[in-house]
Ligand binder design. Structure first.
Ligand code: IMP
Ligand code: MG
Length: 181
């Protein structure tokens, strides 16, 4: 895709996102009300805005950690494995862990990251994804909390990029390729 030749149409407003994040945080807080603390693990880089807003609405002791894995790309890759680019700083063994992701698309990333974190034997592991594209799913993943279900559109903003651009948009928009003529 030509990076210069596209427009962005708003799909989810900043106000709608804020309201949804607040509601999600209420559900998450209620779920962990007997836990000593929650380790919130953000998957870099797309979750950084979402996690910042989410943790500020959580009414419990929270630790924040980050994990970055390689994306498998979309060409020539048969295995769809992910590699750790930046591992967690802390141990999660025996702890309650909430994995925070920007988008669950085919599900491959979540599938691998969930398996990786489970192998470290947390007390519990749940996933909160801001966006879900269920029509694109190739492997089943267990996502406990979802912000918004969206159709099969390429989206940007609120931390989510297109070729590393547009992460700073306060809303979520869909990318529309401009007419080349
Ligand atoms: P999955 O492994 O196919 O589920 O891919 C998930 C990852 O692909 C997300 O964490 C995003 O980084 C990326 N991705 C999927 N859909 C979009 C999109 O519409 N815009 C930007 N990135 C996306
Ligand atoms: Mg991602």
């Amino acid at each position: 895709m030509d990076h210069s030749n596209y427009a962005i149409d708003e799909m989810i407003s900043a106000k709608s996102i804020a309201a949804r994040v607040e509601a999600l945080a209420k559900e998450i807080t209620a779920n962990y009300n007997d836990a000593d603390k929650l380790v919130v693990v953000g998957l870099l880089r797309g979750s950084f805005v979402f996690i910042a807003d989410l943790v500020r609405e959580l009414k419990m002791p929270v630790e924040v950690d980050f994990l970055e894995v390689s994306s498998y790309g979309d060409a020539m890759t048969s295995s769809r494995e992910v590699r750790i680019l930046k591992d967690l700083r802390g141990e999660i063994n025996g702890l309650d862990v909430l994995l925070v992701e920007d988008i669950v698309d085919t599900g491959h990333t979540m599938h691998h990251v969930q398996a990786l974190l489970k192998s470290r034997e947390p007390r519990s592991l749940e996933v909160c994804a801001l966006l879900d594209k269920p029509s694109r799913r190739e492997v089943e993943v267990d996502v406990r909390w979802i912000g918004f279900e969206i159709p099969d559109e390429f989206v940007v903003g609120y931390g989510i990029d297109y070729a590393q651009r547009n992460r700073n948009l306060p809303f979520i928009g869909k990318v529309r390729l401009s007419d080349p003529s």
